[in-house]
Each structure stands twice: as structure tokens, then as C-alpha cells.
Design a protein around this ligand. Structure first.
Ligand SMILES: CC(C)(COP(=O)(O)OP(=O)(O)OC[C@H]1O[C@@H](n2cnc3c(N)ncnc32)[C@H](O)[C@@H]1OP(=O)(O)O)[C@@H](O)C(=O)NCCC(=O)NCCS
Length: 179
């Protein structure tokens, strides 16, 4: 029998485990050309316990965790709105108000099971309760597994944007799904 997956809002006691899951899963989304230094710099800047503490305290963000038998096996972060300073995203995301699916990460031993679908369903429900007209995201152009996963959940490519990875720049697709 498949273990039961539970999704709920992350809380302060989750921070150490959440940051650990984030640190372990972020490299999986990076293309082989990304340098370990740039990946490590991104993790230090964005995925520390302290940064996740900031995310939890930010009223414009929501961090949801998926648990199997008490263990955190994945998480998703949502951010309300579209960044003012990114013209590519402004152009690609025309339905407003919009919610960004900013991070979507699942431990490798849980890929292909129910965890990612449970997180996506919870993320879409969150966007709906916030009266969003669409959910948008950026995904590395080489990350075909994630693109396929998003396509299965109704997202389509509507543009492209760059992504700062440490001192490097990566190429993302922008994908959008009406809510
Ligand atoms: C992205 C992620 C959350 C998706 O969850 P998942 O459980 O792997 O998703 P699923 O297995 O339901 O769907 C993946 C699909 O891609 C397919 N796939 C797997 N490897 C693939 C590849 N190399 N190329 C194309 N498709 C691939 C799978 O077969 C599956 O499609 P199917 O259901 O039609 O067979 C998960 O893979 C993950 O955490 N990856 C690492 C972090 C990451 O990349 N996050 C996204 C950042 S934008």
C-alpha cells in the first residue's frame, strides 16, 4: 500500500528539515552545465533555514510541505503576483491576478508517486482561494521531467526568461495555467 501523503502549511519547527530537503533537491533541477559553485551560492543565498524563516513570515508567500509518515518529502512555495522588474514575465503572464509557483521540489525516492500531484493540487487550491486567475512558473529549459509534469497539470509554455544562478545565468521557460 502507498504511504499516505499529507500537505500542510510549513511552520517554524519545520525549518531545519525543510531547508535540508531544499538543499538536497535544488541541484536536481539544474542542468549539467551549471557549476557546483553557482548551485552552492544559490542554496546559501536562497534556501537556508534563515531564508525559509523569512518566507514563512512573508504574507505574500505560502510554503506548503508534503509529509509521508511525518517525514518531509517535498515542498512548494507560492508567491503572489508578478515581479515588476521582469519584463519577460510581465509579457508572458497576462492573466491577473497571478500566483507564482516559485519552488516545487520532491525527494528523488518519491518521484513518480503521489507526492508531486498532492503538492500541485494543494498549490492550485491555494491560488484559487486567493482568487488568482492563473498560476505561473519558471522552469529550466533542460528540465524535461518537470516540464512534462507541469504539462500534465495543465500548464503551457507562454514565454521565456532568464534565471540568476549564483554568478551564472540560466534559461527558463515561463509556463502558465489558468485557475
Ligand atoms: C518536478 C517534480 C516535482 C515532478 O514530480 P514527479 O513525481 O517526478 O512527476 P511525475 O512522475 O508525475 O511526472 C514526470 C513526468 O516526466 C516524465 N519524465 C521522466 N523523465 C523524463 C525525461 N528525462 N524527459 C521527459 N520526461 C520525463 C515521466 O515519465 C512523467 O511523465 P508520465 O507521467 O507521462 O510518465 C520532481 O521530478 C522533482 O522534484 N524534480 C526535481 C526538482 C525539480 O526539477 N523541480 C522543478 C523545478 S521548476
Amino acid at each position: 500500500m502507498e504511504p499516505v501523503v499529507q500537505v500542510c502549511t510549513a511552520t517554524v519547527p519545520d525549518l531545519p528539515e525543510l531547508a535540508d530537503v531544499a538543499r538536497r533537491t535544488f541541484p536536481l533541477a539544474c542542468p549539467p552545465s551549471a557549476t557546483p559553485e553557482n548551485i552552492a551560492a544559490f542554496i546559501d543565498e536562497n534556501l537556508s533555514q534563515e531564508r525559509f524563516g523569512d518566507y514563512l513570515a512573508d504574507p505574500d508567500r505560502a510554503v506548503l510541505v508534503a509529509r509521508e509518515e511525518a517525514r518531509i518529502v517535498g515542498y512548494v512555495m507560492l508567491i503572489h503576483g508578478v515581479p515588476d522588474d521582469d519584463d519577460d514575465v510581465q509579457r508572458a503572464v497576462t492573466l491577473r491576478p497571478a500566483v507564482e509557483l516559485s519552488k516545487m521540489y520532491v525527494l528523488p525516492d518519491c518521484h513518480g508517486a503521489g507526492v508531486s500531484a498532492a503538492l500541485m493540487n494543494a498549490a492550485l487550491k491555494h491560488a484559487e482561494t486567493r482568487h488568482a486567475k492563473c498560476v505561473w512558473l519558471g522552469v529550466n529549459q533542460e528540465n524535461q521531467r518537470a516540464q512534462r509534469f507541469y504539462a500534465k497539470h495543465g500548464f503551457t509554455v507562454s514565454g521565456a526568461k532568464s534565471f540568476r544562478l549564483g554568478a551564472g545565468t540560466e534559461n527558463d521557460y515561463v509556463m502558465v495555467r489558468p485557475v
